[in-house]
Structures are given as C-alpha cells and as structure tokens.
Design a protein around this ligand. Structure first.
Ligand SMILES: [Zn+2]
Length: 473
C-alpha cells in the first residue's frame, strides 16, 4: 500500500494498472448507474399525498361555510362597510383567515386583494360602478416562482333576482363550499414546500358575469404568468340531487376540449394529425381523474367532456378565454331548489341555498382531491417542451422533445390511448431518453402524449405533441 514518496509516480510500473483499474471501476459504476436510472421506474406513489388527504378537516370546512353563510349576503353589490354583513365583511374575514394561515407557516403566503372596477352599465347585472375584489394567497415556488397552479372558489352569492343585494343570500353550497375548500387546502399545503407557486384564491363577481376571474386572468396574462392549471371549485358540497340520487362517491370535472380561439395551424393539426379532445384543459381534467384513482379509494372523478354545465358558467372560463388550462370541479348531483333561490317554502318544497343541505364530509373529500392535485403538479418537474411526433406509413411511432432542465427530473413517460378512450390507457417509462420509438405501435390507431417524471414520483401534466418530427431529423 505504501507507495514510496521518493519514487516518481510515472516510474512506478504498477501505477498505470492501478489507474486503469480505478478508471474501469469508475466507468462501470457510472454506466450501471445510468442503465439503472433508465430502466428503474420512478416511485409509483408519493406517500405524502396520503398525509395531505388525512389532514383535510371536514370540521374546519363546516366552520368556514357557517362563517361565510353567516354574513347574511355576499352579493357583489352588497354592503362593504359593515363588519358583520355583506361582501366587504366576507372578504375581510377571508383575508384575515389567509393571514392567520400564513403566520402559522413563517409567512409563507403572500396575501393580498386583487381588484378590478366594473363601470355602471357595462353589464345589466352591475347597474352602478362596483369594485370586484378577489382575495388571494400566493405560496411562492422554490424553483419556478413564475409557474402557477391555482385553486379557486367564489366569495359572492345570489338569490332569485340577480340584482337583489339586500335580502339573505347564504350561498352555503354556491359557493361558500368552494371558498371553504380553498382555505382548507391552504391550511394543509402551506406546511410543505413546492417547486412551483400555488395560489389559493377567492374570486368575486362570479354571479354578475365572471368578473373576478376575468380581471385575474387578464392580469396574469399581462404579467406573463405561466399558469399550469386552474382548479375552479364551484359547489362541492351537495350529495342529494334534484334527480333523487344521493351520491357521495363521485364528482364531476368539466373541461373544454381545446382553447376557444384556435389558430389556423391548430385547426389543420387537429384535422389531420389529431387533437380534437386533447387541449391543455382536457389534459388537466385527465390529471385530476388519474390522481383521484391513484390516491383515493372511495371517490371517482367523472370527466365531463364540455366546458361547463349546459349553457351555464363558472370561473374557470375566463382563464380558458385567455388561453390558460382550467377545469371546474363540482358535485355530481345538483339540487336546483337550493341554488340562486330566495329562501322560502312553496307547495311544501323548501327553497334556498342553506347550510342544512351541505355535506361537509363530501366537501372535504373534494378538497382533498384538489389538494393532492395542487401538490402533485407543484412537485412535478417542468413538463417537456417542443414535443414532436412522427411515424406515418411506418410500423412504429416516434416521439421527440427538448430535454427538461430540472434537478428533480428522473425521466420521461410516454402515454398513449385508443382514439375513442377518454383516459390514457398505456404508458412506458423511457428514462432520460428524449427521442423514443415505440416499436409496432401504429400511429394511426392511437393518440400520444409525454410527461416528465420526478424523483418523488410526481409527473407533469401530459403534453400532447403539436409538431411533426422533420423528415431529415
Ligand atoms: Zn352560482
């Protein structure tokens, strides 16, 4: 072992052998590590998700819904000066609640109002100048502060006459339930650090024309936010439907197939290469469905292939209008006697959006789904970009994309499915390869997508290819 110090190293006949040995060991180890990393799949689950679901409290959600309903009315044009009644009191309470959550996590949330003015006459539902005031809390991402995943609920409420801003309008399910879910998700998730920013937001002016969402989406676009998705929660607490069905085991995820303003190139792509049902909001809906299947045993997502209910609206839409992915999460069975109704009894039927009709355990389950989706997306590596596809008149399909620069990256996964299938059916983990040929998978018969997979098992939302691999490439 003792190499004599006065023997020059290059004269030691043994040394080249030692060096060679060390070098070959080094190459062997790095080669095997590489092969290992490429062949070993990332963890299938992230066990933190179970802790997150466990921590969501139906009791706290109940308490918050009661508080919100207790402001009498939260109509957009209701009193803003009282401390006990009207939308002013409600938004101040929400802001204070977010600040309390923030002080429990070392001020990890940036809590603020976000405002926009609607001028008298701009809408039939806003007869006088009205400030639309959202309340939001930003939990800043550690690696990608300008990438956002957003959970929204609504602050405002209404009764039969959309202009009635004085009478009682508890809006317990529509939408104190969604608002309470947002607050509870903030409580639980603020205990964790994320790569991307998470926003918890109460939007206002929903019932008067989706104003709060419009203002926020426009500002987000002007400020060049990269929004990975908006999970808009609107009515997440009703299990006893107008159709007579009582169901606390399913919920709905509404998503539009594609952004509403396709370019000519988008239209050509969709027509000749496929993509009619593969826009970013639809991929987000598939993500919510996938996470629900993976981490909950007593809940199923029903993907609804449309923007929203038939002819009706919600606050994800203004984000979609600006080109951001966004979905609506809500109960499966609505009860119209308890939506937008004056509180009354008529022919023995009770009308009104009152607290008695809200199921807090169900609202907690849906909040749990939101929370694991926010966490999963905010923990996932950045999604692959410039995803290209090729393989016409060939026995195989080829996908190629730009490498993702993210220290959490473990590799990539290719997904494909039958053209008629709503959800991804097949997948292959391909390690760090960014140019992959799927042998004997004929491109004509499937639709394809790619994700980036993190060392923690979380995956980016599926990216659908929108470019052809150039022939000479
Ligand atoms: Zn409503």
């Amino acid at each position: 072992m003792n190499i004599s110090v006065d023997t020059p190293k290059y004269k030691n006949p043994c040394f080249p052998l030692v060096t060679r040995f060390i070098l070959s060991v080094f190459f062997f180890v790095s080669f095997t590590a590489n092969v290992y990393l490429q062949s070993v799949a990332p963890p299938f689950i992230d066990s933190r998700m179970y802790n997150i679901i466990d921590k969501i409290s139906a009791d706290r959600i109940e308490k918050d819904i009661r508080t919100l309903a207790g402001f009498g009315t939260r109509h957009t044009m209701s009193d803003t000066t009282s401390d006990t009644r009207g939308i002013g009191a409600a938004r101040r309470w929400i802001k204070k609640e977010m600040e309390t959550i923030s002080s429990a996590c070392n001020n990890c949330l940036e809590v603020k109002y976000h405002k926009g003015l609607v001028k008298a006459g701009e809408s039939r539902r806003i007869p006088e100048d009205t400030w639309i005031v959202n309340v939001m809390a930003i939990q800043r991402g550690k690696q990608f502060p300008n990438k956002y995943i957003i959970m929204s609920g609504d602050i405002d409420s209404r009764i039969s006459d959309p202009l009635n801003y004085t009478d009682d309008s508890p809006g317990a399910n529509d939408n104190a339930s969604g608002m309470a879910g947002v607050l509870e998700a903030a409580r639980v998730l603020s205990k964790y650090d994320f790569s991307c920013s998470v926003i918890y937001v109460g939007l206002s002016g929903e019932e008067q024309g989706l104003y709060g969402g419009k203002f926020l989406a426009k500002d987000a676009k002007a400020d060049r936010w990269e929004i990975l998705g908006v999970l808009n929660n609107d009515m997440i607490g009703n299990i006893s439907g107008i159709d007579g069905v009582v169901d606390n085991t399913t919920f709905r995820v509404f998503s539009e197939p594609n952004p509403p303003n396709p370019t000519e190139q988008d239209q050509i792509w969709n027509r000749f290469y496929g993509g009619e049902v593969d826009g970013p909001s639809r991929q987000l809906a598939r993500y919510v469905d996938m996470m629900t299947d993976k981490y909950t045993t007593n809940l199923k997502a029903k993907m609804i292939y449309r923007l929203d209910r038939f002819g009706r609206g919600g606050h994800h839409r203004p984000f979609n209008d600006e080109g951001f992915p966004g979905v609506r999460i809500m109960e499966t069975h609505e009860n119209y006697n308890q939506q937008h109704q004056d509180i009354r009894t008529e022919d023995g039927i009770k009308y009104g959006d009152v607290i008695e009709a809200v199921n807090f355990d169900y609202a907690a389950k849906l909040t749990g789904v939101n929370a694991i989706c926010l966490a999963g997306i905010a923990w996932a590596p950045a999604a692959p970009t410039l995803v290209m596809i090729g393989g016409a008149v060939k026995p195989s399909t080829r996908l190629k994309w730009d490498p993702v620069n993210d220290k959490e990256l473990m590799g990539y996964k290719i997904y494909w499915r039958d053209t008629t299938s709503p959800q991804w059916q097949y997948s292959k983990y391909v390690g760090m390869d960014t140019d992959v040929t799927l042998k004997n998978v004929v491109i004509d018969n499937y639709l394809f997508g790619v994700t980036a997979v993190g060392k923690n098992g979380n995956e980016s939302i599926v990216v659908y290819p929108k470019t052809l691999i150039p022939r000479r490439n």
